[in-house]
Design a protein. Structure first.
Length: 343
């Protein structure tokens, strides 16, 4: 931990003294420090060598370092400026303005609204919560106590020196808030944006959207969960889609399962999208762990429940055959116009 701190301080001095005067030098700075194989990404990998009891503080320190580098890059970028070639005073303000192209509903919004509509027909209400969460709602209440190894499954953005505050990594925190109200039976879906410290690529992003579902009542069984998800898949992808469940592990459900559907791109024959298997995973699910119920003041001997969660981007990519996740956040009007007929 101390060695990591010293290393970060050395890098900070180096970055603070960096001199950039041209666009080429600015791009070299970005590649060296913020690129896919850059210094920031490299030092983030040191997190795995930090003792478990120091991971929170190390994560905060690394996030602060990353932010300082990004701020320095923006500062240098502003100093270099952009060569627009425009001569001041040559704009004729009497000319009519250019027509601005009209936008369209975003594909993520289209699919998320469709998901919500399907579950609302089954009696699920919509519940929302804050994107800035505390550690208890995001982790501890979900059977992820401090130093639990499953916390390493999610790279978290912590907000300040107090690691108790963070950007939520899933909308399960909304489920905890609703269960705490004690109004049972409970049948909700929780849509919203979540954040994880991921390297941005065609298949991953540092922010994305989720829809999670929760049903708590007496005598709820795994059969209820399966029938609910069968209905959802057929309504979303059609009656001919095939479904399978695979055993999995989530700290907040037991038993747990991941749900696959037959690949819509190749029809199940095997392609690059489904990695030649003919199947694509779309969501995780399971029976709510009794410990989670007890953490929220619910009698686990009387009540049972199921939960599930899916990434809206994954569903959208499958439904509309989108190959690159980054297209959803670029707001390219040419891309968005393709979805005018989708609603």
């Amino acid at each position: 931990m101390e060695q990591l701190r010293i290393q970060i301080e050395q890098y900070e001095k180096e970055i603070e003294n960096a001199i950039v005067s041209t666009k080429d030098e600015l791009e070299a700075f970005r590649i060296k420090y913020l690129g896919t194989k850059g210094l920031v990404k490299s030092i983030m990998g040191e997190m795995k060598n930090v003792p478990a009891d120091q991971k929170k503080m190390a994560g905060f320190m690394l996030n602060e370092f990353k932010i300082s580098v990004e701020n320095k890059f923006e500062e240098l970028k502003s100093a270099v400026g952009e060569d627009s070639g425009e001569i001041i005073g040559t704009v004729d303000y009497s000319l009519p303005g250019d027509d601005l192209p009209l936008g369209t509903r975003h594909p993520i919004s289209i699919v998320q609204n469709k998901i919500m509509s399907i579950f609302q027909t089954l009696g699920f209400a919509v519940a929302e919560g804050p994107e800035i969460e505390d550690d208890w709602h995001n982790f501890s209440a979900l059977n992820l106590p401090e130093n639990h190894p499953a916390r390493d499954m999610q790279d978290t953005f912590y907000l300040n020196e107090d690691p108790a505050w963070l950007l939520r990594t899933h909308t399960s925190s909304v489920q905890i808030r609703e269960m705490q109200k004690g109004k049972l039976p409970l049948r909700i879906i929780c849509p919203g944006r979540v954040y994880r410290n991921e390297t941005i690529s065609a298949r991953a992003h540092c922010f994305f959207n989720q829809v999670e579902g929760l049903y708590i009542a007496e005598n709820v069984s795994f059969a209820d969960l399966k029938q609910t998800l069968y209905f959802f898949v057929q309504e979303m992808f059609g009656q001919d889609v095939k479904v399978r469940f695979r055993p999995s592990y989530f700290p907040f459900t037991e038993p747990s399962a991941e749900m696959d559907i037959s690949c819509l791109i190749c029809g199940g024959s095997g392609c690059n999208v489904c990695k030649k298997t003919g199947w694509v995973e779309i969501l995780g699910s399971g029976m709510v762990h009794p410990k989670v119920l007890e953490n929220c003041g619910i009698d686990s001997n009387k009540y049972t429940g199921f939960a599930f969660g899916m990434g809206v981007e994954r569903i959208t990519m499958l439904k509309y055959d989108v190959k690159d996740l980054r297209l959803f956040s670029e707001n390219d009007i040419r891309f968005l116009n393709q979805f005018k007929a989708a609603y």
